[in-house]
Ligand binder design. Structure first.
Ligand code: HEC
Ligand code: HEC
Length: 420
């Protein structure tokens, strides 16, 4: 008995020692990974994939959503191939080939980009103007933060979002929706009340996406990372986005006029323009401030319940309005909506509102933001003025309330909403 016990005990010691050994090696490995930097020789590759210019093709014509392992916009050859069912309705000029741009102009573009934005190991945002200081301070784009962000990005994000933020990392082809291509400068989920074309995210919007992930998609939550790490990653995403958008904008011009040896708007001018948008988006006066939440959180009295019921009904009426309402896109509450191209050249469709899955967050305020300013780049409209002007709702909260009860049969019954 005793011998057996001793044998067991010593086995435990061996097992524990082995575990400790593995743990130490593991931690050391981890540490090594954290210090793993990009080679100093590595460069951001010049953009070679087609520049997607127009998002005018709607679902009716589009019967073949992309398949696993594919991005819908793979190559110009695909787009121009009349046999390819994906691209039957492709319009001339929808895709622009970077290879068609003037070679000298491209070379200059690449050099300017590297001068201002550095390399993956030494990222920076350093335009040749006093703007550099403002950007570094107000958007936290100083080199130390960016370097840290770049390293974390490589470990956590690169396999989906790609080295240059093109949304074409090795995993990207296999997940749907596809990871965001930051180079378009467009982010879906913002809480900013500027016009949609100028609507950059606030840092807080990007942080929310990182903390919560994007429900119903493969974008994970990074809620276990420290605040400092998340801030550094956000800075790096802004860096990639600015770099990518400057390249995109100049390439649109160069590919449309292949003889152009010098773009009309220089890299520095584009940076100045885009920097303004990014800075404006961070200003408190441009944040969406909703009217106070008008409903009781736990309705008890009849009056409180009636107030909610009336709001839900107003929301439902607006939803169903054939002219301006939501039903123009969310056919059958989104259960039968059609695919459409978004501005990234990938496919999306108006959400199925009976599922209760919200990509931009499920708090009432998140839904309010969506109603107010839409979802950038995806075709989801903004209703900040239109809804109340229609006279059908008192505020956007009416629509939010309607959207909130829609997925739940018991609540639909309670409020007299019939969807079948
Ligand atoms: C497994 C793949 C995957 C990984 C890893 C991943 N993402 Fe994403 N990410 C996605 C997908 C998919 C979307 C797009 C969802 C959509 O279009 O609704 C997305 C979207 C985003 C967006 C756009 C949000 C908006 O408002 O448009 C940001 C910003 C983002 N990711 C940042 C990151 C960062 C930073 C990391 C690393 C810390 C990361 N992602 C890691 C898949 C991934
Ligand atoms: C012009 C077309 C269009 C109209 C009009 C429209 N939507 Fe959408 N909606 C979309 C698309 C497209 C998406 C999916 C966007 C994505 O995530 O890629 C969407 C997504 C949504 C979502 C999901 C939000 C999230 O965080 O995932 C909600 C909720 C929604 N719409 C509600 C409405 C309501 C309510 C109205 C009317 C007030 C409305 N939509 C009008 C196109 C539209």
């Amino acid at each position: 008995m005793n011998v057996l016990f001793r044998a067991q005990a010593s086995r435990q010691v061996v097992v524990r020692a082995a575990l400790m050994f593995v743990a130490v090696i593991g931690l050391a490995g981890c540490d090594q990974m954290m210090n793993d930097r990009y080679s100093l020789d590595m460069r951001y590759p010049p953009r070679s994939d087609p520049v997607f210019k127009e998002a005018t093709i709607s679902g009716e014509e589009l019967q073949y959503p992309d398949r696993p392992g594919q991005l819908p916009i793979l190559s110009l050859a695909n787009a121009e191939d009349p046999e390819n069912p994906l691209f039957k309705p492709a319009k001339a000029g929808m895709l622009l080939a970077p290879s068609k741009a003037n070679a000298e102009a491209r070379k200059n573009l690449n050099e300017s980009l590297e001068k201002v934005f550095g390399t993956p190991a030494r990222p920076k945002v350093a335009p040749d103007s006093e703007l550099a200081g403002t950007l570094q301070a107000e958007l936290q784009l100083d080199e130390r933060t960016l370097r840290r962000g770049s390293r974390l990005y490589r470990i956590q994000c690169l396999h989906c979002h790609g080295l240059s933020g093109d949304g074409r990392g090795p995993t990207a082809f296999w997940v749907n929706p596809h990871p965001r291509d930051y180079r378009q400068g467009v982010f879906k989920f913002t809480s900013v009340t500027l016009q949609q074309s100028a609507q950059k995210p606030r840092r807080e919007d990007l942080l929310r996406t990182l903390r919560q992930g994007i429900d119903g998609t493969s974008m994970p939550s990074f809620g276990t990372m420290t605040e400092d790490e998340l801030q550094a990653i956000v800075s790096y995403v802004i860096h990639l986005s600015m770099r990518g958008e400057v390249e995109y904008q100049v390439l649109v011009e160069l590919t449309q006029n292949p003889s152009l040896a010098k773009p009309e708007t220089s890299v520095d001018e584009w940076i100045a323009g885009l920097a303004r948008y990014w800075l404006d988006a961070q200003k408190p006066e441009n944040e969406i401030i909703p009217e106070p939440y008008p409903f009781a959180l736990h309705p008890e009295t009849d009056a409180e319940k009636v107030a909610i019921r009336d709001a839900v009904r107003r929301g439902a009426t607006f939803f169903a309005d054939a002219q301006v309402g939501c039903v123009t896109c969310h056919t059958d509450y989104g259960r039968n909506a059609k695919f459409r191209y978004d501005v990234w050249g990938t496919l999306t469709k108006p959400a199925d509102l009976t599922t209760g899955i919200y990509r931009g967050g499920r708090r009432p305020i998140d839904l309010y933001y969506r109603m107010h300013s839409g979802i950038n780049g995806s075709g989801m409209a903004a209703f900040k003025d239109a809804a109340v002007k229609s006279g059908k709702v008192k505020s956007l909260w009416d629509i939010v309330k309607f959207v909130e009860i829609l997925p739940y049969p018991a609540m639909r019954n309670e409020y007299g909403i019939h969807i079948d």
